[in-house]
Design a protein around this ligand. Structure first.
Ligand SMILES: O=P(O)(O)O[C@H]1O[C@H](CO)[C@@H](O)[C@H]1O
Ligand SMILES: O=c1cc[nH]c(=O)[nH]1
Length: 244
């Protein structure tokens, strides 16, 4: 049951998919955190794997860079492969002085200069937000793991190399916790197709002071964030089994 971008069968993916932008980070997550991980997609080298984490079936697949790319993969995973929870595990830039390289941030909301959500929401301003329960369970998982997280408004930029330097000042003024390129699109797709989504990112560079991680570090050193995301899924499962 292949789609144009995913060559797999229904049942090859779990209902829960962790999604980094970088397919090599997907491979790293599968190798490091999943048991019995098997490759379920390699179309365009956008690697997808399914395995288990503490007995729970979990998939991980790259989504590429930018809202158009994540929108394709998220839509196909939801409508053709039964995904119900999509968690972007990404990297982002920081603009605020109190957010530093390697900090972990959660995109409770996602502002954007992209028009995709206006396209799907009749030209109006759709509030692109993360699933509340996934966010709550991620915050709780982070607390248990002893990792500080900042939760707030992410900015999903269409342009990595933005021509307007003043935008950074506006983002600082409005308390943006991280700048990346997909969350607003992922939240829009999830809303459109009835799935739950969240974005958690590790800060890879500071746009104002110039601190940064290498591309190798970005592929392989985000373990705290991965553990938070995986443990949050188990907490979310437990809460669904025993609703308060
Ligand atoms: O590291 P990932 O998850 O790809 O996330 C960030 O990195 C890419 C830009 O370098 C964009 O995809 C941006 O959102
Ligand atoms: O999209 C991104 C990712 C990391 N850093 C940025 O400035 N932008």
């Amino acid at each position: 049951m292949a789609t144009p971008h995913i060559k797999a069968e229904r049942g090859d993916f779990a209902d829960t998919v962790l999604m980094p932008g970088d397919p090599l980070r997907a491979r790293y997550i599968a190798d490091t955190f999943l048991e019995d991980a098997r490759l379920v997609n390699d179309v365009r080298n956008m690697y997808g794997y399914t395995g288990t984490y503490r007995g729970r079936e979990i998939s991980v697949m790259g989504h590429g860079m930018g809202i158009p790319s994540v929108s394709i993969y998220a839509k196909e995973l939801i409508t053709e492969f039964g995904a119900k929870r999509l968690v972007r595990v990404g990297s982002c830039g920081a603009v605020r002085d109190d957010v530093k390289v390697r900090d972990v941030v959660i995109g409770l909301g996602a502002s954007t200069d992209s028009s995709v959500n206006r396209s799907r929401f009749r030209g109006l301003d759709f509030a692109a937000i993360a699933d509340f329960e996934l966010t709550r369970h991620s915050v709780d998982a982070a607390a248990e793991l002893g990792v500080a997280v900042k939760v707030g408004n992410i900015f999903s930029a269409d342009l990595f190399y933005h021509p307007d330097p003043a935008l950074v000042e506006t983002m600082r003024d409005y308390g943006i916790v991280g700048v990346e390129m997909e969350a607003a699109g992922l939240y829009g797709v999830a809303a459109e197709f009835g799935a739950r989504a969240m974005t958690i990112c590790t800060v890879s560079d500071h746009i104002v002071n110039g601190d940064s991680l290498s591309s190798d570090d970005r592929a392989t050193t985000f373990d705290e964030m991965m553990k938070i995301a995986l443990e949050a899924m188990l907490r979310d499962d437990a809460a669904m089994r025993n609703p308060a």
